[in-house]
Write a protein that binds this ligand. Structure first.
Ligand code: ZN
Ligand code: ZN
Ligand code: ZN
Length: 177
């Protein structure tokens, strides 16, 4: 077992195990994401408004992709008048600046651990607990791009989503037998 949550808080986001078999201090993830988002927005001269920030913070509540309607429910706790368009506008901003990714297979959103770096999301998604790990692999991306070029295929959405079972959930399945 891992020695505890304190020892991997400084790890690079893509070194963190989002599935929970080696626990980490998730508040650090959330905090780091919000700081990075603020930095990226000020570098680009765009505003991370309170609402955009709150939506991003809600998405970063966990490593589990979250659906828009669920975000709306959560947001309504702070803004009772929040409408679906409120959420969609904030999501659209966060997507434009690649602070979040949209997972097509789940129709849900997840925070990007590597904002501001050129990458397309590649994800391992646990179908049991719902958590997702981003694995930005530039080689894979280049290979996909090259093959698409060869075929004259125009890529529109380039998120790679791999469904399976995380180590934690595999273990849970064994012990519950
Ligand atoms: Zn985390
Ligand atoms: Zn990302
Ligand atoms: Zn799992």
């Amino acid at each position: 077992m891992n020695s505890g949550p304190a020892d991997n808080t400084d790890k690079h986001p893509d070194m963190i195990d989002p599935f929970g078999s080696s626990p980490h201090d998730h508040q650090q993830c959330q905090h780091r994401a919000l700081v990075a988002a603020q930095q990226l927005c000020s570098n680009r001269g765009v505003r991370l408004t309170l609402l955009r920030r709150q939506v991003l913070e809600l998405i970063w509540n966990s490593h589990t992709p979250v659906k828009a309607y669920h975000l709306l429910e959560l947001l309504k706790q702070k803004h009772p008048n929040a409408a679906p368009t409120t959420v969609y506008r904030a999501l659209s901003f966060l997507l434009d600046h690649e602070l979040i990714h949209r997972l097509q297979s789940l129709n849900a959103f997840i925070g990007c651990g590597l904002p501001g770096t050129a990458h397309h999301g590649q994800f391992l998604i646990c179908r049991v607990c719902g958590a997702a790990a981003e694995l930005p692999d530039t080689d894979l991306r280049e290979r996909i791009g090259r093959r698409a070029d060869e075929l004259g295929f125009r890529i529109e959405i380039e998120t790679v989503e791999i469904s399976g079972t995380c180590a934690n959930c595999q273990q849970a399945a064994i012990t519950s037998d």
